[in-house]
Design a protein around this ligand. Structure first.
Ligand code: FO1
Ligand code: CA
Length: 313
């Protein structure tokens, strides 16, 4: 049976790595958010694709949570001394990825082709695919207008109060060829929504034309791993964002958000008290530790998610 996983960066990338350690390459499609992508200093940067790729290649920096391990910052220091923008940190090794990707895009290759090439070169056997080959840009509404995601997230450190989220270009962006193929696969056995921010990281994927309907109309279990732990976001602005958008910071909001798409939700042991309310909504619920520190944690959670979908591993 084929597994389709939807992922953002960081938290999502950890489960993606767990799934890759559990499911054989031909049976897994990892579809990654590209709403966080942006153009910076002439380069096209795809943070979530890179987070997933670096995690699978065991190149990810686990303390920062993004970028490459054993990184150096010489290029950044030079850029700074040249008076160029220095609010987005580009490590020397990581820069190689951005240069290769930007160069290939300029040669006319698609983001799917480039991602396949880069991941293969990193020794990754599993398919990491962008949600779309067309640019989609997540923007956060603030009192000062719409901010591009990385300006909101990194430059402004999520300080502005968010009034909304939109995905510029999504309505014109088709799912990438490999994503479309997985959605239509006769062999599809499970859809896993990784523990990424539903509003910022998963919604861009779901907002592509036809994706929500395609996922809902497949008679395939949809399993989400909640990104909340102990009623708060483990990392990132989910808690702050939920509060600003007027929703409770709880698993009920996560379930509400995915609505009738969702069949099963996996919540952290610290939130065991949420299970009853979620079951009353008709969801099946698994309560288990969801914080992934070691490789063993990632694999274990991947197995829990797959077994919730009825897939034997
Ligand atoms: N996050 C930061 O908070 N500060 C940075 O300077 C930064 C640089 C960066 C460079 C490459 C990359 O792939 C990711 C980077 N991130 C940085 C993380 C990124 O903004 C977020 O992880 C994702 O967009 C959210 O999923
Ligand atoms: Ca369903």
């Amino acid at each position: 049976k084929h597994v389709l996983a939807l992922s953002g960066g960081v938290g999502g990338a950890k489960l993606a790595a767990g799934l890759a350690a559990t499911v054989s390459p031909q049976d897994l499609t990892l579809v990654v958010n590209t709403g966080d992508d942006f153009e910076h200093l002439g380069l096209t940067i795809c943070p979530d694709i890179d987070s997933v790729a670096y995690a699978l290649a065991d190149l990810n920096d686990t303390s920062r949570g993004w970028g490459v391990k054993d990184e150096s910052w010489q290029a950044m220091a030079m850029l700074r001394s040249l008076g160029e923008a220095d609010w987005f940190n580009l490590g020397d090794r990581d820069l190689g990825t951005h240069i290769a990707r930007s160069w290939r895009l300029r040669q006319g290759d698609s983001l799917s082709q480039i991602t396949a090439r880069l991941t293969r070169a990193l020794g990754i056997a599993h398919a990491i695919v962008p949600m779309s080959d067309a640019p989609v840009r997540t923007q956060v509404g603030t009192a000062g207008g719409w901010l591009d995601f990385q300006r909101y997230f990194v430059k402004e450190q999520c300080r502005p109060v968010a009034t909304g989220v939109r995905f510029s270009g999504a309505l014109r962006a088709a799912p990438s060829p490999a994503f479309a193929a997985a959605l239509e696969s006769q062999d599809l056995g499970a859809i896993v929504i990784c523990p990424s921010n539903p509003y910022l990281s998963v919604d861009p994927i779901l907002s592509l034309p036809g994706v929500w309907e395609a996922l809902r109309h497949r008679r395939v279990p949809v399993v989400a791993v909640s990104p909340l732990v102990g009623g708060a976001s483990l990392k990132g602005p989910l808690g702050k964002l939920l509060a600003e958008l007027g929703r409770p910071v709880s698993n009920a909001s996560i379930a509400d958000h995915y609505g009738d798409l969702l069949d099963h939700i996996i919540i952290d042991s610290a939130d065991a008290a949420d299970a009853g309310g979620l079951q009353e909504r008709g969801l099946s619920v698994t309560v288990t530790p969801t914080v992934m520190c070691a490789a063993g944690d990632r694999e274990r959670l991947a197995r829990v998610a797959l077994s919730a979908a009825g897939i034997e591993t």
